[in-house]
Write a protein that binds this ligand. Structure first.
Ligand code: TYD
Length: 202
């Protein structure tokens, strides 16, 4: 759904190693310095469902269905308690990961991506700006210190390729901006800030 609130909703997605969290912080700081009220947050959240998901990442005991259910519960709560109220108050909301990550990561675990998207868009507002931080998988793995020469690392590389392709599959949307993550941190930041500023002034 499209949100009708006066605030601006910015989402940052990308595979591990593309620098999402760094860019999210820098963007939030720059927009605050420009006098905006900014809420910076992430998914999975630090709420009860998000916490279960993080614990499961360590213990690995959850089935794909249980995991998906928790991601959706976590997101519903996030939308109702933080995202929509903040947008109603006219704030800028910046999220590090959102339902495009569900399409990518749970899609990779066997769920249908189009269905995941429809389920989420029925309750979760579509962002005004989606930044897709993009990097070839081998470069992203290099950045997170994986050399890609063991069986497990091959698997990891395939999984990330699927996720990268999933993020890029929504790049035709009018709100989507693919950001090349290979240049330096400050160049990427200026690029993102100028897109956000343009949208704020439009
Ligand atoms: P995150 O805390 O962003 O970890 P990282 O800093 O390693 O990117 O996300 C934790 C993991 O949760 C990450 O591997 C992606 C995954 N994830 C999903 O599988 N589905 C989702 O809907 C979301 C939001 C995240």
């Amino acid at each position: 759904m499209n949100h009708q609130q006066s605030g601006l909703f910015i989402v940052i997605e990308g595979i591990d190693g593309t620098g999402k969290s760094t860019q999210a912080k820098m963007l939030a700081e720059a927009l605050r310095e420009a006098g905006n009220d900014v809420v910076l947050d992430f998914e999975p959240t630090n709420g009860p469902y998000g916490k279960l998901l993080r614990d499961s990442a360590v213990t690995g005991r959850m089935t794909p269905d249980e995991e998906l259910d928790l991601f959706h519960k976590d997101r519903r709560q996030h939308v109702d308690e933080l995202i929509l109220p903040s947008l109603t108050e006219g704030k800028i909301v910046i999220l590090d990961r959102y339902y495009f990550s569900t399409m990518a990561y749970q899609g990779q675990r066997g769920f249908d991506r189009a269905e995941l998207r429809a389920t989420n868009e029925a309750f979760a507002p579509v962002p005004d700006i989606l930044f897709i931080l993009d990097l070839p998988v081998d470069k992203a793995l290099e950045r997170i210190g994986v050399r890609g020469d063991t069986a497990n690392e091959f698997e990891q590389s395939d999984a990330l390729q699927f996720c990268r392709d999933t993020f890029l599959s929504v790049s035709d949307e009018s709100y989507a901006h693919v950001i090349d993550s290979s240049p330096g941190i400050s160049e990427i930041h200026s690029n993102m800030l100028s897109i956000a500023t343009q949208k704020l002034n439009s």
